[in-house]
Design a protein around this ligand. Structure first.
Ligand code: NAD
Length: 355
């Protein structure tokens, strides 16, 4: 039986990894969290040891170690986990600075480290990717991904909204998913240039959070990250990726729209990434290709057990119906590098007193 350990027993561990472990029959060897209560909440549901340090969890010598802690811990904990675990699946982003990325590049010597990319395993994304692979729209040249949340700031005042701990706001949080998805659809060409714009709030005080991720008493109160981010990325072979993400957009409904332009047609997927219990509509994939216009409507329920289950299953060698597997180390490095370089081009005028 496959044994896994989870480092960080918070929202994603509870709502995404635990259901996926159960679905795949992965035995939880240990859950580690600086809060023993949080670790116990996980192990009480599924067995395994509740511990407070990564070192204790890794004593299990697991087949797979999931890193699900706040972003600033990802790089160093992934390196530690690689010593004792067969495989390591690190939550996005892989790192929060170019320095950490450089360190990882030097220190990671094999292909056992992967980055969590559950959206690759959604049925609608798989259908879009399959159409592209079959050549239905020719060579994909440009991708634009828009992901708008109406009221989706994760725990304002917590590590999520503190640059030192998160690396940034909406762009590094939900933008990591959008960039990975866009890059995958384009065949992961190397990024040559990045330009990012960030937008904040008219009210600099801590704004209200998402209903499904409200602030907690112990959250520190720091809010210095962008709520919306736009990035244009120039890629090899003249390809272009645009992402436009927002935690607090002024829009009618939460939505994710993926537009792909190819040499022989185009495609548009209207869907919704993430698992927030908000509006739910049937995703629609429209392809204007060599055979004219074709529309597919999907009727699945958004489910972490399916997406994270597919991702973990692919990592553990299960057949995966056309999905490419979770992001490799090099893909994770490239996505994080695009964000870090992009952030360096961003302006935050009111912080400099220029508003
Ligand atoms: N892939 C996705 O769809 C998705 C969704 C949500 C979150 N995430 C990512 O998952 C990660 C965790 O997010 P979350 O929402 O679960 O956050 P969270 O704050 O709910 O949980 C993080 C947990 O890590 C624990 N922790 C902090 N320092 C630790 C340490 N040194 N050792 C062990 N545990 C420690 C905290 O006590 C907390 O319980 C983040 O990187 C986030 O970006 C990914």
């Amino acid at each position: 039986m496959t044994t896994g350990v989870i480092i960080g027993a918070g929202w994603v561990a509870q709502n995404c990894y635990l259901p996926a472990f159960k679905k795949l029959g992965i035995s939880l060897g240990a859950a580690a969290d600086i809060s023993i209560e949080a670790a116990k909440r996980l192990t009480e549901q599924s067995g395994g040891l509740a511990v407070t340090t990564i070192e204790e969890a890794l004593l299990q010598r697991p087949d797979i170690c999931v890193i699900a802690t706040p972003n600033f811990l990802h790089a160093r904990q992934s390196l530690e986990a690689l010593i004792y675990s067969g495989l390591v699946l690190c939550e996005k982003p892989l790192a929060v600075s170019l320095g950490e990325l450089a360190l990882l590049k030097t220190a990671v010597l094999d292909d056992r480290l992967h980055i969590s990319t559950p959206n690759r395993f959604r049925p609608d994304v798989i259908a879009l990717m399959t159409a592209i692979k079959r050549g239905n729209i020719g060579d994909p040249l440009r991708v634009k991904i828009t992901w708008r949340r109406k009221s989706g700031i994760p725990r304002p005042g917590s590590w999520y909204t503190n640059t030192a701990l998160s690396g940034g706001g909406a762009l590094i949080d939900i933008g990591s998913h959008a960039i990975d998805c866009g890059m995958m659809l384009l065949g992961f060409p190397q990024c040559r240039s990045a330009h990012v714009l960030k937008a904040g709030l008219s009210d600099p005080d801590c704004p209200p959070g998402a209903d499904w991720m409200p602030s907690r008493a112990q959250d520190g109160g720091c809010f210095d990250v962008e709520c919306s981010g736009r990035g244009n990325f120039g890629l090899d072979a003249g390809k272009l990726l645009e992402v436009d993400v927002s935690w607090n957009a002024i829009c009618g409904e939460d939505k994710t729209i993926i537009e792909v332009e190819g040499t022989a047609g185009c495609a548009c997927l209207k869907t919704l990434f993430g698992y927030a219990p908000v509006n739910s509509f049937a995703p629609i994939l429209t392809i204007w290709g060599k055979e004219g216009k074709r529309e597919s409507v999907f009727s699945f329920t958004r489910s972490p057990a399916v997406d994270f289950g597919g991702m973990l299953g692919a990592l553990l060698g299960q057949k995966n119906d056309g999905a490419p597997g979770p992001a490799t180390f090099n893909e994770g490095i490239e996505v994080a590098r695009m964000i870090m370089n992009g952030y360096q081009t961003a302006e935050f005028p009111w912080l400099a007193g220029l508003a």
